[in-house]
Write a protein that binds this ligand. Sequence first.
Ligand code: PRP
Length: 182
Amino acid sequence: MADDMMINGDRFTLYLSEDQIRSRVKELATQINEDYFGKVPIFIGILNGSFIFFSDLVRDITVDCEVDFLKLSSYGDAKISSGQVKLLKDLNCQVAGRDIIVVEDIVDSGLSIDFMKRLVMKESPASFRVVTLLLKKSVAKVSFPIDYVGFEIPPEFVIGYGLDYAQKVRNLRSIYRLAPKS
Ligand code: PRP
């Protein structure tokens, strides 16, 4: 795949390669395997964006685990959050007394993960942790620690590896960032 690409008249450049992502995902899984040794966590993926990271991550998990999904939306087709998180699909699993690991592709403003934590905590889990591939640390407003972070990134618009541009390009194997207009 080229290092540069044009999408809808916008130029994107390679930011995190497939190999960089792969090796970081393995490191995150290794850490989680150590931390959850002897436990049976439930990995909860937040759809749609986390689906590729989620499936790569859980295939490197060696402890017994379960999976479930929840669907949220705050961006629609826009590059900037609407500021309102909508619950489009609820969980099916029983959260009470379980070790929950929420899997996000990106924590940007922090609204989605904040919404998610409040939702899960109402059900009294035994523990709650978050793993995100990307964290926009300088703009994320989160009142709790993000336990596992793949990459801290600047507040730029990024796509690929699950992250969309107007619902497309989630299937790219690498992550690209919007290039400044020249
Ligand atoms: C994206 C992403 C995260 C959320 C992060 O989801 O997948 O869930 O935004 O942004 P925040 O920290 O500002 O809330 P989006 O609402 O675009 O839906 P999608 O996952 O279907 O792309």
